[in-house]
Design a protein around this ligand. Structure first.
Ligand code: PLP
Length: 399
């Protein structure tokens, strides 16, 4: 689209100039239902009045000072975020990758403080944790890593949702300090672990003195119908990373910790110039307040069930649909074959969706979506998908 931008993204031929709730208007004046929320960012939808007010008021008052000084908004955001997450302390940064970097550094320091020379973090196959060197190494996807070798040392990998593999690692290594896991794999295709799996990881971590780190960057802030997805199983990790929806579009991430993990960093251990500035933190505390005041965790749960039921009802019988799964408003529809093309087909019908892991349609609509809007989403997706599958039936069924 522009010669002066590095071509790191395969962009769709559309740009937007205005948003309201779940709706976006493109530069041609066409309206689109945003069923992706800027990839799980705009949980409160677009132009939420409380967020707009917070950004405008804080911008007029003070955008940035520095972590050389006290920042009241940062203290308030930390207090609120720790309260909803059940954590003790927060480190603020500016993105998901940075939140995970902080968590990985915290885990390594935790290990060194206990005399472990070469601390190792266990990560999962098929995972996604970001694009910095440490987080792309943690990511279980060769495409993300290829060309950026040498990768970072200190990671060991296990299949997702496989407790026996983690137990085998526990048996064979004295260097493990932490397990880093997404409670639901997002980029990996909306993979939901078996019931009890996260609790089993919690017990394993306790038995071996490891930190349990959950990457809630995509699942967090109410998306799955609870503040954090690990709360569905009452699992209390030692460290939670969060970003995306925390600022509803204003860049902010956080690494949260409790118990001994919250005591690991000291002055000089870690830092960020922008991290936790007044603008980002006042926005985040406002976002948390709105999620609470508007009951958006409950709304995500209710709308998620409605959408899942509707999808199973309408799409479940279509030939070529393999699985429909989700929790709250984090939903995947797995097809029997790659379906990236559906993104532009849906766009033409005024619906923004995403395809991840090649063959999984991913829906991450704003938490404020209404019943009527959810029904519009269902109808449009059904139309697009039925046409697509009708035109080119899966190879296995052609014969
Ligand atoms: N972790 C998870 C689970 C994610 O889904 C993402 C982004 O998609 C990240 C980390 C990286 O976040 P960011 O792009 O803000 O660095």
């Amino acid at each position: 689209m522009n010669d002066h931008l590095m071509s790191t993204y395969a962009r769709l031929p559309v740009s937007f100039e205005r948003g309201q709730g779940v709706w976006l208007w493109d530069t041609q004046g066409r309206r689109h239902l945003d069923a992706l929320s800027g990839i799980a960012v705009c949980g409160l939808g677009h132009a939420h009045p409380a967020v707009t007010r917070a950004v405008c008021e804080q911008t007029a008052r003070l955008i940035h000072t520095s972590n050389l000084y006290g920042i009241d908004a940062q203290e308030r955001a930390a207090e609120r975020l720790c309260r909803v997450a059940g954590m003790d302390a927060a480190f603020f940064c500016n993105s998901g990758a940075e939140a995970n970097e902080a968590a990985i550094k915290l885990a390594r320091l935790f290990g060194h403080q206990r005399g472990i020379q070469s601390p190792t973090v266990v990560v999962m196959e098929n995972s996604f944790h970001g694009r910095t060197l440490a987080t792309l190494t943690a990511t279980g996807n060769r495409k993300v890593q290829a060309g950026f070798e040498p990768l970072v040392h200190g990671f060991s990998r296990a299949p997702y949702n496989d407790l026996a593999a983690l137990e085998a690692i526990a048996h064979n290594s004295n260097e493990v300090v932490a397990v880093l896991v997404e409670p639901i794999q997002g980029e990996g295709g909306i993979r939901i672990p078996d019931p009890g799996h996260l609790s089993a990881i919690r017990r394993l971590c306790e038995a071996h003195g490891w930190l349990m780190i959950t990457d809630e960057i995509q699942t967090g802030m109410g998306r799955t119908g609870a503040w954090f997805a690990c709360q569905h199983e009452q699992v209390m990790p030692d460290v939670i990373t969060v970003a995306k929806a925390l600022g509803n579009g204003v860049p902010i991430g956080a690494c949260l910790a409790r118990g001994p993990a919250a005591q690991v960093f000291g002055p000089g251990s870690h830092g960020s110039t922008f991290g936790g500035n007044p603008l980002a933190c006042h926005t985040a505390e406002t976002v948390i307040g709105v999620i609470e005041a508007e009951g958006l965790c409950e709304q995500a749960a209710a709308m998620g069930s409605r959408l899942l039921d509707g999808l199973r009802d309408r799409l479940g019988g279509l030939s070529g649909v393999q699985d429909i799964r989700g929790l709250g408003l984090m939903i995947g529809i797995e097809l029997e074959r790659p379906c990236g093309e559906l993104v532009s087909r849906a766009l033409n019908e005024g619906l923004l969706i995403n395809v991840t892991a090649g063959n999984v349609i991913r829906l991450l609509p704003p938490l404020i979506i209404t019943e009527g809007e959810a029904d519009t989403l269902l109808e449009t997706l059904h139309r697009v998908l039925a046409t697509y599958l009708g035109e080119s039936p899966p190879a296995s069924r052609e014969t």
